[in-house]
Design a protein around this ligand. Structure first.
Ligand SMILES: C[S@@+](CC[C@H](N)C(=O)[O-])C[C@H]1O[C@@H](n2cnc3c(N)ncnc32)[C@H](O)[C@@H]1O
Length: 269
């Protein structure tokens, strides 16, 4: 392995990937980068890391393929149920109080992977919002392969664990090899390619979910992404990050909220 990716190339590639996406490779996960680079070179029928490097600095599409290949897309429906309980019992009641005449809620699943998170959010909102309220869920990722799965909304049997039985029969259609999300849910989500290194252009969001994404960034990239979330959010809004992630020590403007259900952050300005 060491022969395939000498230190100088490792440095070159990890700097490029970091600058492009915020994803940080350390010595501990170096082998993941090595194996992804091997795959890309095999796919492109190339045998020189230097040639491939110069190719991706010119070819934006191949750069996207490489970035996609180094992402970790593990996710599941209703992942960390406590967050959704907090949305139901704390976040929604608070938002309904402050929204005034604007009766539309805007959620963003940033780093949505294959769609399980935004679909969970949409199901929950469909269930909980009263008449007269509407919602929109924006779902974004840098993994084009994952976004395609999300857009299609088809999940094999093994992936639907965690969906309560009543929601499964209400919002999914049984197909021979799995389950298809029904259009009433699918149409409430907008899947988009977005790299969290850049400004999304989104504004006025009520809730941002960015769970299990920042863990792959270093602190500088995390802080920058968090600052951009602040700008994308409404004056009163909520931010959920992964339960093993924290803004502790990062000196952000977000306030920590501890509830009976889960901990998260709020922008209350
Ligand atoms: C482990 S998944 C988390 C999925 C979901 N949020 C959850 O918690 O189940 C992490 C996702 O973050 C995405 N990601 C990593 N770096 C990103 C970046 N710079 N911009 C946008 N998405 C990114 C990956 O492609 C991957 O799909």
């Amino acid at each position: 392995m060491a022969d395939f990716l000498p230190d100088s190339d490792f440095e070159l590639y990890r700097t490029l990937i970091y600058n492009e996406s915020g994803i940080h490779f350390s010595a501990t996960n170096r082998s993941i980068l090595e194996s992804r680079l091997r795959e890309r070179l095999r796919d492109k029928k190339m045998d020189s890391l230097k040639d491939y490097y110069s190719m991706i600095t010119r070819d934006k599409e191949e750069m996207k393929v490489l970035l996609d290949s180094v992402t970790t897309n593990l996710t599941r429906f209703f992942r960390n149920q406590a967050h959704f309980d907090a949305v139901q019992h704390y976040v929604l009641p608070e938002l309904l109080k402050v929204k005034g005449a604007d009766r539309k809620l805007r959620f963003w699943s940033a780093g949505c992977s294959t769609g399980e998170e935004p679909y969970t959010i949409a199901i929950l909102l469909k269930e909980l919002l009263g008449p007269g309220w509407t919602f929109e869920v924006i779902a974004s990722d840098i993994s084009l392969k994952s976004l395609m799965v999300g857009k299609e909304g088809f999940y094999p049997e093994a992936r639907i664990q965690g969906i309560p039985e009543n929601y499964l029969s209400k919002y999914f259609e049984k197909r021979p090899n799995g389950y298809q999300v029904k259009d009433e849910i699918r149409n409430s989500i907008r899947f988009d390619y977005h790299n969290l290194k850049n400004d999304s252009g989104l504004r006025n969001l009520d809730v941002v979910f960015c769970r299990n994404v920042l863990i792959y960034f270093d602190e500088v990239a995390q802080k920058a992404a968090i600052e951009r979330f602040w700008d994308a959010m409404a004056q009163k809004a909520f931010l959920f990050i992964g339960h093993s992630e924290s803004l502790f020590g990062m000196n952000t403007r977000f306030e920590f909220v501890k509830t009976d259900w889960a901990c998260f952050y709020k922008k209350w300005s």
